[in-house]
Design a protein around this ligand. Sequence first.
Ligand SMILES: [Zn+2]
Length: 264
Amino acid sequence: MHFLSFLTVSLITLGSAFVLPGTTPQQTILPNHYLEANKRQESEAQSEIPFGVIITHCNIPGVVALTFDDGPYIYTGQILETLSQHGARATFFMNGVNKGNIDSFPELVQRAVNEGHQIASHTWGHASLDTLSYAEIIAQMTNLEEAFLRILGFYPSYMRAPYLMVTADVLAAMKALEYHIIGASIDTKDYENDDPEHSWRSFEKFRAELDGGGTIVLAHDTHRTTVEVLVDNMISEIEERGHEMVTIGECLGDPPEYWYRDGR
Ligand SMILES: [Zn+2]
């Protein structure tokens, strides 16, 4: 919108400069252009991915979407390094307050965006949303939006419910707030196998569910073994199978301009 206003002002200025002496300025064509551009932008300003509907699989073939919940935390930076070494992109479903506090890690949030990853919402405080009223569910989302606005200047249009707990109220709230709800088709349960001796269990679950056609992988950047063992194993397996590691938005074919908003 700012760009269009700037463009219109520039065009009008330009138009005036070319008015011949003794003629009436013919600027009517310029507002028409402006209106056309405006109309076009309005009709395109809607993601084709539905809001308030649980999505568990990618739409495009040959890709895997690695996702990490519950951060940002002290291990998030190491995951970013590993992803970068492999040219892999991922999605981070972040909390306001969980093991860490998002305001303690603003540089990690910004860095993840800068390095091509997608940031999404995992609610402010990671409460199980079935225990909250409709108004409290809304607040869980909008409080985190405020934090993202402070840190990034925009906030995500994608979310994942804590514990994947989605009720009718959650669906309605996410539809009202225009959030895409992301589930998972590969659940590593990495939090149950958070030590190097048992991490293979999460890896085997990952492989089995990948064999079963799973494409959206759920893991956590708050578990040391996930960062130090599981992520490397998962990336090697995905590379061996020749799949590309992309963000949730990419894996759904949703253009990046729809991943975030800068206000309501
Ligand atoms: Zn979580």
